[in-house]
Write a protein that binds this ligand. Structure first.
Ligand SMILES: *[C@@H]1O[C@H](CO)[C@@H](O)[C@H](O)[C@H]1NC(C)=O
Ligand SMILES: *[C@@H]1O[C@H](CO)[C@@H](O)[C@H](O)[C@H]1NC(C)=O
Ligand SMILES: *[C@@H]1O[C@H](CO)[C@@H](O)[C@H](O)[C@H]1NC(C)=O
Ligand SMILES: *[C@@H]1O[C@H](CO)[C@@H](O)[C@H](O)[C@H]1NC(C)=O
Ligand SMILES: *[C@@H]1O[C@H](CO)[C@@H](O)[C@H](O)[C@H]1NC(C)=O
Ligand SMILES: *[C@@H]1O[C@H](CO)[C@@H](O)[C@H](O)[C@H]1NC(C)=O
Ligand SMILES: *[C@@H]1O[C@H](CO)[C@@H](O)[C@H](O)[C@H]1NC(C)=O
Length: 463
């Protein structure tokens, strides 16, 4: 039987890429099933793509992946925000025509959005499209219509549809960036959970106003372009014309928020290279560093730095952002336990959420204006303008071409500081007396030590 040979095929295609030629029956019939540790995928006729289980976290996810490259590259994910399933789960195309994920407890979950029609057969196609048919052989559902992170050759991102990045290369859950084919004709990238408006965008094709049914298309020679509703090419993102022999192209929004067109050399062990990307600057995607952090380029890579006076919420997790270690409520009355200084993050740019913009003569004047205002957590100083802000600050990144200085009000506990004071700082007479007293004692000790040393020297000279 066909199903018995599948585990063998999975191994076979993973390690012997040259042998993928023989066509196979791709029709998956009712009653077929998959398990993560047994027959884990239904392969396309050439073995290029598979539909089934892939490793996700401490369990498995379900989707379509490139089966002909050593690293299983997921190109479509079912129920992507569900928890990984255990190895005892199974995927079943039931005899009554449903495609379900069955848990060890016997609970069934639908893999495709509920369709009123009974499934008669399924197919994993060599295009990467996973297709379900009814009894009339009509397509009732196809994965190409529900893109997740990736567009494959022949697949279209239609108007109103979005791609969402994954959390990471190994976690296919929904991440923090999106690419939207807008109904105004513009193809735009934003962070998640933002309105579709220009202040939030970090990439745009610049084709707004070109009709309400513009689509993003990819051809098998790596040609990536936009078509309007009458089928005219309105913009080439890449020229195309790349090698097509045993080479696969796909476009995806990567976990870092950047769009990339990749090529996979199927005769070179799946060797992957980047063909195109709208930017090489990994700090461009807005929100990479979470709240109150800013992105800095470090050679090829990036780092997130917390604002002065802030610390990472979760060590090693950029997205979680930074938080400060004092409460702003203490600004007015804190019995002198906390006082404030202003610290600067130079050449950084942020989302502008200022509540008050002043014209100032100097940076010092801007610092003083924020210090004296309990509502002010930070101020942006640039070109004689002082823009007072409340926390949190978002979308921060270092840009050496931008003179903006972020001035941050930092609370420091009075026991530990040698920093400069700025503006109105709460005073505590008792504390000052204590400091003066301690300083005097310190001075006295130093004098004693020096005179002691001198006396020893004198004695040593005498004898
Ligand atoms: C697969 O199924 C389709 C649609 O049901 C049918 O047209 C086709 O002939 C089948 N192919 C094979 C190889 O069975
Ligand atoms: C599509 O673009 C072509 C060429 O620019 C233009 O002539 C045509 O009117 C456009 N169609 C729509 C619906 O905007
Ligand atoms: C855009 O596509 C939708 C759905 O395919 C269709 O209903 C609508 O008429 C199209 N609009 C234009 C201007 O072509
Ligand atoms: C495709 O490339 C292989 C080697 O990588 C070569 O043997 C074959 O002739 C090429 N086929 C075509 C149609 O160019
Ligand atoms: C992978 O691709 C790159 C660029 O296309 C090439 O320079 C490199 O030699 C390839 N590596 C292998 C193992 O084929
Ligand atoms: C990182 O932080 C984000 C935002 O707080 C959270 O959603 C995500 O689960 C965290 N990731 C890890 C690996 O802890
Ligand atoms: C906050 O942390 C900084 C550096 O870790 C420290 O100098 C400062 O005193 C702390 N502020 C408070 C209010 O604890």
């Amino acid at each position: 039987m066909v199903s018995i040979s599948f585990p063998f095929l999975v191994c076979f295609f993973s390690f012997h890429l040259h042998a993928i030629a023989q066509p196979r029956n791709s029709n998956i019939s009712l009653g077929s099933s998959l398990t993560p540790t047994g027959t884990s995928a239904w392969l396309s006729p050439s073995g290029l793509y598979g539909f089934g289980f892939y490793s996700q976290g401490n369990g498995y996810g379900v989707g379509v992946f490139l089966a002909a490259v050593p690293q299983r590259t997921v190109v479509w994910t079912a129920n992507r925000d569900d928890s990984p399933v255990p190895s005892t789960s199974s995927l079943v195309l039931t005899t009554d025509g449903r495609l379900i994920l069955r848990s060890p407890q016997g609970q069934d979950e639908s893999i495709v959005p509920d369709s009123s029609q009974k499934i008669e057969a399924a197919a994993m196609r060599d295009t990467g499209n996973f297709v379900l048919f009814n009894s009339d052989h009509d397509i009732i559902w196809e994965s190409f219509k529900y893109p997740t992170t990736t567009i494959l050759p022949g697949q279209v991102l239609s108007a109103g549809k979005e791609l969402f990045s994954s959390v990471s290369e190994t976690d296919q859950s929904r991440g923090i960036f999106r690419l939207k084919m807008q109904t105004d004709g513009n193809l735009v990238q934003y962070p998640v959970d933002t309105p579709d408006t220009a202040p939030y965008s970090y990439y745009a094709s610049g084709t707004d106003g070109r009709g309400d049914n513009v689509t993003l298309n990819l051809d098998d020679d790596g040609h990536l372009y936009l078509l309007n509703s009458t089928g005219s090419n309105i913009k080439d993102l890449t020229p195309g014309g790349h090698e097509t022999n045993r080479t696969l192209y796909l476009m995806k929004i990567d976990p870092d928020g950047i769009l990339r067109l990749y090529s996979y050399g199927l005769n070179q062990n799946g060797n992957r290279s980047i063909i195109w990307s709208p930017t090489n600057n990994k700090c461009v995607p807005k929100g990479l560093c979470g709240l109150n952090g800013y992105c800095v380029n470090q050679d090829e890579d990036v780092d997130c730095i917390c604002l002065p006076g802030f610390a990472p919420v979760m060590e090693g997790n950029f997205t979680a952002g930074c938080e400060r270690n004092f409460s702003s409520e203490s600004c007015k009355n804190d019995n002198g336990r906390i006082r404030y200084i202003i610290q600067a993050a130079v050449n950084t740019v942020w989302e502008n959420t200022g509540y008050s913009e002043l014209s100032v003569r100097s940076r010092e004047e801007c610092e003083a204006a924020c210090s004296q205002d309990c509502n002010c957590d930070a101020a942006m100083f640039k070109d004689g303008k002082c823009n007072k802000q409340k926390l949190p600050l978002r979308y921060g990144r270092r840009n050496l071409d931008d003179s903006n200085v972020a001035l941050i009000k930092v609370g420091i506990s009075s026991s530990s500081d040698e920093s400069r004071k700025h503006g109105d700082v709460p005073k505590d007479p008792q504390r000052d007396i204590l400091i003066i007293g301690l300083s005097l004692i310190g001075f006295a000790i130093i004098v004693l030590v020096i005179s002691g040393a001198l006396m020893l020297k004198v004695l040593a000279l005498k004898f």
